[in-house]
Write a protein that binds this ligand. Structure first.
Ligand code: ADP
Length: 415
């Protein structure tokens, strides 16, 4: 089955096509046929496409909305220029899997999209006003182009965290706020945390029940997850993706009283304050330079700028603090897993986060850490570490493709 995987954002549409089915899942022989993205939707968009054998190609085109972006991508896919031999027409795309950000308390696993499921995703808009509307646009655009007969599946960022217990998901607020408005921790990046936990247990030949990890997804958005017995028991992101670790442009944890202070001192509305926390804080806010960790690292090497150093220190300190907290919360773990653009590519950040974890039994192997190549996978701790450190590149799209197949065939989810 050729599954089109879509991740529709406010001004971008990411896509992949993965060939998979139950047999391929069993043999782990799923095949990625192509991938790409449309950025800066709403104006002169930048389209990046790449088939499995070819180089990455960049094009520009005026694209007004998500539907137009999808139309553009599908035309490319079905054209000769894409050189994706398996796809000659739209009929060769058999199903569509969507990354959906918020599934609220309704969706504990991926779901075949029916009118009821679509309504459920709409009901979660209150919880994710910036994200779910874009995901819905993507689903409707597919319906418009393919018709209802092409099955679509929603894979929720929140679903993996639905196993978190009340003590970890409730905030210490008046309880009626939870009852009335469902104010609680939901957590995000669930598909990524779930993937690296799955991959780790495959690599180590463990059962799900034997899988005890702290996973660190460090990309533009960053989150930590405590995984016990293969299930999420706590995570750093909260009601929204703003809580927890320091991120590219998000602040992560702060004293909630600061919001009012910022509003009154800076003359900002609550909405504007939240926007500062989401878009002007984190690495960008502290460094005053960029949200891009690679650029910060290069800058540190060349100029040793104080605020760049500070941004990196605060980022690593917060991540280490969460690792410690989650180790305490879950009574220890077998390994810390690094993933996401920073986690996969930056030996320096991994080193700095691991530096203070000797007390927990984590001894970093400097050579292994430095020599881990891009997209590389493996252990970076010494063989006598009692808490291991691993790098595992994330692959959310693979799980979305597999969930899509399983949902369509009514197969039980592996979790
Ligand atoms: P997203 O969360 O948008 O998917 P990614 O997971 O691709 O983002 O992560 C992007 C982050 O990864 C950026 O901060 C980028 O600078 C960082 N990154 C990528 N490569 C490196 C590298 N070699 N060294 C340090 N940081 C890197």
């Amino acid at each position: 089955m050729n599954v089109l995987i879509l991740n529709a954002g406010s001004s971008s549409l990411k896509f992949q096509v993965i060939a998979t089915d139950l047999d391929r899942i069993k043999k782990a022989s799923d095949e990625r046929l192509c991938r790409g993205q449309v950025e800066r939707i709403g104006g002169e968009a930048i389209v990046t496409v790449q088939n499995k054998n070819g180089p990455r190609r960049k094009l520009t085109a005026p694209i007004r909305d998500v539907a137009a972006a999808l139309d553009y991508v599908l035309r490319w896919l079905a054209s000769d220029t894409s050189e994706v031999a398996e796809i000659r027409s739209l009929g060769d795309l058999h199903a569509v899997g969507h990354r959906v950000v918020h599934g609220g308390e309704m969706f504990h696993e991926s779901a075949l999209i029916t009118d009821d499921v679509l309504k459920g995703i709409e009901d979660c808009i209150d919880l994710a006003p910036l994200h779910n509307p874009n995901n819905i646009k993507g689903i409707l655009a597919v319906r418009e182009i393919f018709g209802r007969q092409t099955p679509q599946v929603a894979v929720f960022d929140t679903a993996f965290h639905s196993t978190i217990a009340e003590q970890a998901y409730l905030y210490a607020l008046p309880y009626h706020l939870y009852r009335r408005h469902r104010i609680r921790r939901y957590g995000f990046h669930g598909t990524s945390h779930r993937y690296v936990a799955y991959r780790y247990r495959m690599l180590r030949s463990l059962t799900r029940e034997q899988t005890n990890l702290v996973t660190l997804h460090l990309g533009n958005g960053c989150s930590a997850c405590a995984i016990r017995g293969g299930r999420s028991v706590d995570t750093s992101m909260g009601m929204t993706p703003l809580e927890g670790l320091v991120m590219g442009t998000r602040s992560g944890d702060l004293d909630p009283a600061i919001l009012n202070l910022m509003a009154s001192k800076e003359g900002l509305s609550p909405h504007e304050v939240e926007s500062v926390l989401n878009t002007q804080s984190g690495l960008l806010g502290i460094s005053g330079l960029t949200n891009d960790m690679k650029v910060l690292e290069d800058e540190l090497k060349v100029h040793d700028d104080r605020r760049v150093r500070l941004a990196i220190e605060i980022f690593c300190y917060r991540a280490r603090k969460y690792v410690g907290a989650f180790l305490a919360a879950m009574g220890g773990a077998d390994a810390v897993i690094f993933t996401g653009g920073i986690g996969e590519n930056s030996p320096m950040i991994r080193g700095r986060i691991c530096e203070g974890l000797g007390w927990a039994g984590l001894k970093l192997d400097q050579g292994r850490n430095e020599q881990m190549v891009a997209r590389g996978e493996g252990q970076i701790s010494t063989d006598d570490s009692t808490l291991n450190a691993w790098v595992i590149p994330t692959d959310e799209e693979l799980l979305i493709a597999r969930d899509t197949v399983r949902c369509i065939l009514g197969e039980p989810h592996p979790g």
